[in-house]
Design a binder for this molecule. Structure first.
Ligand code: AMP
Ligand code: MG
Length: 392
């Protein structure tokens, strides 16, 4: 059986990197992946400016005049200053440009202005309270590289260098379907033998949370014909295909045979719990991932295995999960597979949901982190364990 890390490596080695690009307003770019490096054409700030409301002057001149000089101009933010007349000070406000000839600002609380003469703060340091040109960004600097995910702070950073439009990858279309004759859509009363389809909603939400577009092909009956047909449709409508259920070895599991028939199947078992054998292959050249049917297994295998594959396919450069350590509040004996326990983080300690069964989706909803239990690792209360936030 492949280990989880080997499986992720193999999956990621099979990506077809995103090539479809679109140009978007920075204001609409939240969560998107940059398709090109961003190089600044300007300095930020574009000129030396004042960090304080106060008075701007040449430090050497002030020092030579007992820090008392006449006022010669007033500079508000947004106005272009005149060069500072020698041996004078300028009234200046936060964000206003420092006039040529000045190099220091004293804050107004420490200055006395009377009849056009200003006694400036004698304690100010030369160059004090000046934000130098280019202190944030310098023209020519690559501020963001292709493959970076745009968060709010990147939207601001792009705007700060005057960029209005960015090239980003088009969202991948992920075609999804659930298999199972027992499945019924929410809103319809259950008949004997039926259960509600939860994987459909979980998958739609997970795909949307990655900034991708779910292409929902609904529920598919447990039959070879229906499975063959949905795969053709999925390959036509999606860039990537993900199914839930019907992928294991039962007599009513048609997914892997249908994939092998329509395309090719690299079927592998991954040593992950929860999670049955996970099917990976291609249909009409579109990557296919067959997830198990149990709802908690869908959540775990999507988050741990499908997610890095999807993100890498979408062009994200850094897909490494960010594990950190926290203290276990529970004890658990070791297992033959790598276990992803659904857990809750509180004050640096971590607690697991009492029922970790693959059919218990409440375990995923209850908490906000996974605890990774390595193969064979037994955990005692108080141990430092590997934790991964759902959002990472
Ligand atoms: P399977 O992998 O198809 O054998 O399904 C494994 C278990 O997960 C069975 O108990 C199914 O009833 C259940 N299951 C499969 N698909 C779904 C779904 N879409 N929503 C809820 N439960 C499901
Ligand atoms: Mg089934």
């Amino acid at each position: 059986m492949l280990s989880v890390s080997e499986a992720i490596k193999q999956l990621v080695a099979n990506i077809k990197p995103a090539t479809a690009i679109e140009s978007l307003s920075v204001l609409d770019s939240l969560g998107r992946i940059l398709a090109a490096d961003i190089c600044a054409a300007v300095d930020v700030p574009p000129a030396d400016n004042s960090a304080m409301d106060g008075y701007a002057f040449c430090y050497a001149e002030a020092a030579a005049n007992q820090f008392t000089l006449p006022l010669s101009q007033r500079i508000a933010a947004g106005t272009a200053p005149q060069p500072l007349a020698s041996n004078t000070v300028a009234r200046i406000f936060t964000g206003a440009e420092i006039p040529a000839g000045a190099n220091t600002v004293a804050m107004q609380e420490n200055c006395i202005e009377s009849n056009g003469i200003v006694e400036v703060d004698t304690g100010v340091k030369a160059q004090g309270n000046v934000r130098p040109r280019g202190q944030d960004i310098q023209a020519g600097q690559v501020i963001l590289t292709a493959g970076t995910k745009i968060r709010a702070q990147e939207m601001g950073l792009l705007s700060s260098i005057g960029i209005a439009m960015v090239e980003v990858f088009k969202p991948l279309r992920v075609a999804i379907f659930s298999t199972g004759d027992e499945l019924v859509e929410p809103g319809i009363p259950l008949k004997p033998g039926q259960i509600y389809n939860s994987n459909r909603a979980t998958l739609i939400g997970l795909i949307q949370s990655l900034g991708m577009t779910p292409v929902d092909l609904g529920t598919v009956a447990d039959s070879p014909e229906a499975t063959d047909a949905v795969l053709i449709k999925a390959a036509d409508m999606g860039d990537i295909i993900i199914s839930a259920g019907g992928a294991s070895v039962g007599e009513e599991d048609y997914v892997k045979d249908a994939v092998a028939k329509a395309g090719e199947l690299d079927f592998w078992k991954v040593a992950i719990k929860p999670g049955k054998p996970l099917a990976f292959g291609h249909v009409a050249n579109k990557p296919f991932i067959g997830l198990p049917g149990n709802p908690a297994s869908v959540f775990v295998t999507f988050m741990i295995l499908a997610r890095p594959f999807l993100l890498a396919s979408q062009g994200l450069a850094d897909i490494a999960p960010r594990f950190f350590k926290a203290q276990a509040q529970f004890a658990k004996s070791g297992e033959g597979r790598e276990v992803y326990l659904r857990a809750r983080l509180q004050n640096g300690t971590v607690e697991i949901y009492p029922n970790q069964s693959s059919g218990v989706l409440a375990s995923a909803s209850w908490g906000d982190v996974f605890v990774r239990q390595a193969r064979g690792q037994s955990i005692d209360a108080g141990d430092l364990v590997d934790v991964l936030s759902y959002s990472q």
